[in-house]
Write a protein of this length. Structure first.
Length: 293
C-alpha cells in the first residue's frame, strides 16, 4: 500500500487523503452499506420467488422416515409457510369445540401424532400411551399405512383414532383443482380405512404442514371428514431438543388443547423422550386425555 501511494502524483495523494478522511470516509461507508443492503434484499427476494415457484408447481412428496422410495424426510429448512401461497397455521376449528365437553371437571387435552406410522417410533409412542392409559389421534400417511399395515392395525386395536394426512404428505394438495383434490383425499381416506375389515372410520383430515385452504376444507367435508387443527405446536419435527419440546407443551397447554407431535417424517427420538416426560406431568396437572369428537 505504501509503495502504491508513492507512485501517485501529489494531486492524487491529496484526493486520496480527502477520501479516507472525515467526513468523506463516513459518506463512502454509508454508500457501501446501502449498496450491500440493497444487494442482500434483492438476493433474498429472488430466492423466495424461486422457492414459491417450485412449491406451487410441484406435487413431489414431502416426508417420511421409513417411507417407500421417493419420499424424503422433512428438515427444519422446510419450515411451514415458506413460499406457500395462502398458507396459515390452522386455528382450533369448530370440529374441536367438544374437546372440553367430557362430563367431568377435569381439563381435557388431545394428543395427535403426524406422519406415521413408522417402525422406528410409532411402537415406542404406542408403548408409552399404553403405559399411561392414554388415547391419541394418529394422522397417518397413506403410503406409510401401505408399508406398515400391522402398525396401523395396532393403533386401531389399542383404541386410538386414525386421521387422513394424504397419501404422500403433499403440502400443495389444497391448491389443486377441485376434482384432483377430491380424488387425492378420497384415495388416501379409502387407503387408510381399508387397513382393517370392515374398513375403519376416518372422521378427520389434517392438511400437511397445516396448509389449509377454503377449498381443501370444502373437499374434506365432501369426503366425509372434518379439518383437524391444533393449538399447541411443539415444532418437534425441527428437532429443537427434548427440553424445548417439553417446554412448548408445559407453557402452551390449556383446557381443550390439541397438541401436535410427530411419530414419522424423520428422527423422532426427541419426541419419544418428550412424550415420556410429558404424559406423567400432564396427569399430575389434572389433565384427562381425550379424542376430538
Amino acid at each position: 500500500m505504501g509503495r502504491m501511494v508513492l507512485m501517485l502524483t501529489e494531486r492524487q495523494r491529496v484526493i486520496l487523503r480527502q477520501i479516507v478522511s472525515p467526513p468523506y470516509i463516513y459518506r463512502w461507508a454509508g454508500l457501501l452499506t446501502t449498496i450491500g443492503l440493497v444487494v442482500g434484499v434483492t438476493v433474498v427476494v429472488l430466492a423466495d420467488a424461486g422457492r414459491e415457484t417450485v412449491l406451487a408447481g410441484s406435487a413431489a412428496p414431502a416426508v417420511s422416515a421409513g417411507a417407500p422410495a421417493g419420499i424424503r424426510a422433512r428438515t427444519a429448512e422446510d419450515a411451514p409457510a415458506r413460499g406457500m401461497p395462502g398458507f396459515a397455521r390452522p386455528a382450533i376449528t369448530s370440529s374441536l369445540l367438544t374437546v372440553t365437553d367430557t362430563g367431568t371437571d377435569r381439563p381435557a387435552v388431545a394428543l395427535t401424532f403426524d406422519d406415521g406410522p413408522t417402525p422406528e417410533y410409532t411402537p415406542q409412542v404406542l408403548d408409552l400411551l399404553a403405559q399411561y392409559g392414554v388415547k391419541a389421534t394418529f394422522c397417518t400417511i397413506g403410503n406409510q399405512v401401505i408399508a406398515y399395515p400391522d402398525l396401523t392395525r395396532r393403533i386401531l386395536a389399542e383404541g386410538h383414532r386414525l386421521c387422513d394426512h394424504t397419501m404422500t404428505h403433499d403440502a400443495t394438495v389444497g391448491f389443486n383443482a377441485h376434482d384432483l383434490m377430491s380424488r387425492q383425499l378420497g384415495t388416501s381416506k379409502d387407503t387408510i380405512a381399508a387397513v382393517v375389515d370392515p374398513p375403519a372410520t376416518i372422521d378427520y383430515f389434517r392438511a400437511p404442514e397445516g396448509a389449509w385452504t377454503p377449498a381443501l376444507d370444502q373437499v374434506a367435508a365432501e369426503t366425509g371428514m372434518r379439518p383437524l387443527g391444533w393449538s399447541v405446536d411443539t415444532l418437534d419435527w425441527t428437532q429443537p431438543g427434548t427440553a424445548a419440546i417439553v417446554a412448548s407443551v408445559q407453557q402452551g397447554v390449556h383446557p381443550g388443547a390439541v397438541v401436535l407431535f410427530h411419530d414419522g417424517g424423520g428422527p423422532r427420538d426427541q419426541t419419544v423422550e418428550a412424550v415420556r416426560q410429558l404424559l406423567p406431568w400432564l396427569q399430575e396437572q389434572g389433565y384427562q386425555f381425550v379424542l376430538p369428537s
